[in-house]
Unconditional design. Sequence first.
Length: 112
Amino acid sequence: MPQPLSAVPTPLERALDQNESVKDTVEQSAAELLVINTVLKQEIPPHVQSGDVAQALEKTDALETRIQESAEDLAQVNEVLEQQIDERADLERELRATKAALAKATGRSSAK
């Protein structure tokens, strides 16, 4: 038996679900990188945190920031997708109501 239209996810809804999943993964990755970087900074003696090690620590800091910014960007994209989904659902409801009213009006005029 076919599902009602409202139960079938639209392409926008599927994109939103995928985006939410990616956002969650990115946020989790940023949190894990923060923990790793913090541990490394605590465990590596300050006198060893020079040269390549210092650069690696700086790069992980920068990477952590970029990952967090990407998660925030994804959250903003998700908000836009949610708005588009809501607007589209409203337009589809209006279209169905207009079609029903037109069909009713057409049915009445042809019945006369």
